[in-house]
Design a protein around this ligand. Structure first.
Ligand code: S3P
Length: 480
């Protein structure tokens, strides 16, 4: 762990009173982001709480043996789906402020919901709840919006059935809605065909209710927030060779308060913007620096940005700290193999970085992007072409030819928050105006994105002289 000297004052660039780039398009009633070229970036920011950790902290606190206060909670549409689901399962949760939850844990006792649970567009909610509900003796029906109804659920259904849960997928090809009746589960040893933290977490949550030991092995390590939170709430896990993770059943989480760090996947939009602007400079404070989530930083270094990171606190097991990026002329890189699960949500904005970089950027082994909120490979290729970039769509990735003079364009985001935000960043580098249509989906993960975007377009100057140590040096791309 490195130490940094603390600044005298904490500066935020958020300013709710400023005019917003997030407009109501009168003709459709839907929202759109209007983006223009950014002036020189010199900013210091914080971002909202980590989405993955917010879902998990709420669930584990609900299973605990008392009251837990969660601060830094992300009050996004997706995370609120999980909160409301837990309420429907008999858990009292107060929210005195948008980012504070007081969860009254009931020692693993959940009660049958009076109606089906609506997961909205949140696959994390549905997959994690599938694991949790597999351990309950009552039946629950999980439904979602049209996009979630297309998402693959076989990946959680198969292992949970092996553990003894009775799960029916009502949609074609094992898609939602799901009907789940759990009960007496048995621990399994599961070799997951996909590196997915949602799959791993669903199995581990079911494992808490199973007899004996439940072990998950995955092809490449995915984010480990469930494991870390289990440990923080005093649930014993065992890490085996080759990164397998096991949990024993019959454990009750010990109630504790927890502080959720800022989401590096949200900060990624601004980190890429600063990295791609020679001389641009950005400091992000209170950001989660879990090393299963920071692969983005290594890629930016490979591409030519200067990146410094410093972990300031690991007391609650999730490392948090600061990241500082200074932009440079970027060059293309290859992103593939074991790096992919550790930056899966950052790939849309890294593709934009690729368009701004000289040479070719290749993304491979990222077929998971095809089953996210939209087919992100197709969406990225479509929108990059719309801005004048030469791009080749591959089955499992993209080949992007830069540097492209980006043309402002009217773009769709396909209901996908990360596509909307990635192309808002592209708009910061484009000639003319870029309009991201139907962009209300940014609230799925980043409420307030539009205000932060406004600050990058029309900043109030904020300088930081905070020394940050621990410069990352360029390393070769990950081995496949
Ligand atoms: C998440 C895991 C990732 C990620 C998603 C959130 C999580 O999905 O893309 O945004 O919280 O576990 P997969 O587990 O499907 O890769």
């Amino acid at each position: 762990m490195c130490e940094v000297s603390r600044p005298e004052q904490k500066l935020k660039i958020l300013s709710p009173t400023r005019s917003s780039s997030f407009r109501n398009a009168k003709h459709t009633g839907l929202m759109e982001l209007r983006v223009k070229r950014a002036p020189r970036i010199e900013a210091e920011i914080t971002v909202p709480g980590d989405k993955s950790i917010s879902h998990r902290a709420a669930i584990i606190a609900a299973l605990s043996n008392g009251v837990c206060t969660l601060r830094g909670f992300l009050p996004s549409d997706d995370c609120m789906r999980t909160v409301n689901a837990l309420r429907a399962l008999g858990i009292q949760i107060e929210q005195p402020e948008p980012d504070v939850l007081i969860v009254h844990g009931k020692k693993r006792v959940l009660t049958p919901p009076s109606q089906e649970i609506d997961c909205g567009g949140s696959a994390t909610t549905m997959r994690l709840l599938a694991g949790l509900l597999s351990g309950q003796t009552f039946e629950t029906r999980l439904v979602g919006n049209a996009a979630l109804t297309q998402r693959p659920m076989q990946r959680v259904i198969e292992p949970l059935r092996k553990m003894g849960a009775d799960i029916v997928a009502e949609g074609p090809e094992q898609t939602p809605p799901l009907r789940i009746r759990g009960g007496a589960l048995r621990g399994i040893n599961y070799e997951s065909p996909v590196a997915s933290a949602q799959v791993k977490s669903a199995i581990l949550l079911a494992g808490l209710f199973a007899k004996g030991k439940t072990t998950v092995d995955e092809p490449f390590a995915s984010r480990n927030h469930t494991e870390l939170l289990f440990n923080y709430f005093l649930i014993r896990t065992v890490k085996g060779e080759d990164d397998t993770i096991s949990v024993f059943g019959d454990q009750v989480p010990e109630s504790r308060d927890f502080m959720i760090p800022g989401d590096i996947s949200s900060a990624a939009f601004w980190l890429v913007a600063a990295a791609a602007q020679p001389g641009g400079h950005l400091l992000v404070r209170n950001i989660g620096l879990n090393d299963t989530r920071t692969a983005l930083l290594g890629v930016l270094v490979r591409m030519g940005a200067q990146v410094r990171e410093a972990v300031e606190d690991v007391d609650q097991l999730e490392p948090r700290g600061v990241v500082e990026v200074t932009g440079g002329p970027l060059k293309g890189t290859v992103i593939h193999g074991k790096e992919i699960p550790q930056l899966i949500d950052e790939l849309p904005v890294l593709a934009v970085a690729g368009a701004l970089a000289s040479g070719t950027t290749i993304i491979r082994h990222a077929q998971e992007l095809r089953v996210k909120e939209t087919d992100r490979i197709a969406a990225i290729a479509h929108n990059l072409r719309g801005m004048g970039v030469q791009v080749i769509e591959l089955n499992d990735g993209l080949e992007i030819h830069g540097p492209a003079p980006l043309r402002g364009a009217k773009l769709a985001c396909f209901g996908d928050h990360r596509i909307a935000m990635a192309f808002a960043v592209a708009g910061l580098f484009a000639d003319g105006e870029t309009v991201i249509q139907d962009s209300e989906c940014v609230r799925d993960s980043y409420p307030g994105f539009e205000r932060d975007l406004e600050e990058f377009m029309s900043p109030r100057r904020v300088r930081s002289s905070t020394p940050v140590i621990g410069t990352l040096v360029p390393a070769a791309p990950a081995e496949g």
